[in-house]
Design a protein around this ligand. Structure first.
Ligand SMILES: Cc1ncc(COP(=O)(O)O)c(C=O)c1O
Length: 393
């Protein structure tokens, strides 16, 4: 099979930048090298015992077959509870779709709505898969550039300036990957006012990191604050990040009935239902105890402080304090001459010194790199020491 057989759509995309670096670090480690991986976007905590127990019960009681394509009724009810309790979004179980990870929900929402030439506004730096998905659909990615001194948040007026008659989505991710930016209610109010002036624009609100918010404020999200706009908002969530369940592959989304129906139609012809055992585990995740999250959040917050302090102590590196998620987006512009202006080379240099990070350019960002601080404190301290040594060299 040669290159000519690849579709036009596939030729427009590259493999995920974060996955590529993580695979590289894993290969190096398997060959005996001492590499600390800060490239992967998953919690290092163990999946909670009550979730594992539910998965085991499901296996032993015959949950090994097809389920309804868009998820079991039990999980849709549990997801509706999650949307209401954790995000403040009122929805019924028939307004929910269960997918194989948040990633599939986002892909489906875009695949069902983006036609050739449609414009999708994506705040930048962005999660690597957003622009790739839009390009795959034949849409046009419209970057909404954000700056570190504004905490990587955009102003509603900058968003409005990019809207045209072809705009059909704003992709909003709060807390955000790769910057940790959190959009407070006040900023969402400004965004809602813009949306009211442009009825053709929908919002994909990716709230998958909502439980990991260090501001101390209640998580704010558009569909909860502005139910009158809810028929234009698709909110995506899941258990991957909040419950350390990345391998289970369960995501959930809620939105207008026509969109959820369309996503289900697509899912019925592509992946079919998400894994039955994983769905049973996700019911336990949403309905079971949530109190462990306070301890996890506190551990992440401490790690964030450790990393931010260490980064700021290294000459040439700077970063704003991320308000959520578990990433720190580091600017290394003053050091870039050494790497011919190529932050891919900078990331490889750090890999040579035993730390895997992802180049900022993988996220459409400035010269620098993203660190995931979902690693234990001792490992983070050693990683920061290695980064410092590599860059002071
Ligand atoms: C911003 C964002 N959205 C969605 C996802 C998808 O999560 P999953 O498909 O693992 O549930 C990720 C995972 O890295 C993410 O960082």
């Amino acid at each position: 099979m040669s290159h000519e057989h690849l579709s036009q759509a596939l030729r427009r995309i590259a493999a995920s930048g974060t996955t590529a670096m993580t695979d590289r670090a894993t290969a190096l480690r398997e060959s005996g090298r001492d590499v600390i991986s800060l490239s992967v976007g998953e919690p290092d905590f163990d999946t909670p015992q009550h979730v594992l127990g539910a998965a085991q019960v499901a296996l032993n009681t015959g949950h090994t077959r097809y389920t309804p394509v868009t998820g079991t009724l039990a999980l849709k009810r549990a997801a509706a509870l999650h949307f209401r309790r954790d995000l403040g979004i009122e929805c019924r179980s028939d307004e929910v779709i269960v997918t194989a990870g948040g990633k599939q929900a986002i892909f489906e929402a875009l695949a069902c709505t983006v036609s050739e030439g449609d414009e999708v506004i994506v705040p930048c730096p962005w999660w690597t898969s957003y622009p790739q998905m839009v390009r795959f659909m034949g849409g046009k990615v419209v970057p909404l550039v954000t700056q570190p001194h504004h905490g990587f948040r955009f102003e509603p007026s900058n968003f409005e300036a990019l809207i045209t008659s072809r705009t059909n989505w704003l992709l909003l991710n709060s807390p955000g990957n790769p910057t940790g930016a959190v959009y407070p209610a006040e900023l969402l109010r400004g965004i809602s006012e813009v949306l009211r002036r442009h009825p053709q624009v929908m919002v994909l609100s990716d709230d998958i990191y909502a439980p990991l918010d260090y501001t101390g404020e209640k998580h704010a999200t558009l569909a909860a604050l502005y139910p009158d706009l809810a028929d234009r908002i698709c909110t995506v969530s899941g258990v991957s990040k909040s419950h350390a369940m990345t391998g289970f592959r369960i995501g959930v989304a809620t939105g207008p009935a026509w969109l959820i129906e369309a996503m289900g139609r697509l899912q019925s012809n592509t992946s079919g239902n998400p894994a039955a055992v994983s769905q049973a585990a996700a019911v336990a995740a949403f309905e079971g105890p949530q109190d462990f999250l306070d301890a996890w959040r506190e551990r992440f917050r401490k790690r964030r402080d450790l990393v931010v302090q260490a980064i700021r102590a290294i000459p040439g590196l700077s970063t704003p304090v991320p308000d959520g998620a578990f990433y720190c987006f580091v600017d290394a512009t003053p050091l870039m001459k050494r790497f011919d202006g190529d932050d891919g080379k900078l990331a490889l240099h750090l890999l040579e010194h035993g730390v895997a990070v992802v180049a900022a350019s993988a996220f459409g960002g400035r010269k620098g790199f993203r660190i995931s601080f979902a690693a234990d404190e001792a490992l983070l301290e050693e990683a920061m020491r290695r980064i410092g040594a590599a860059l002071r060299e």
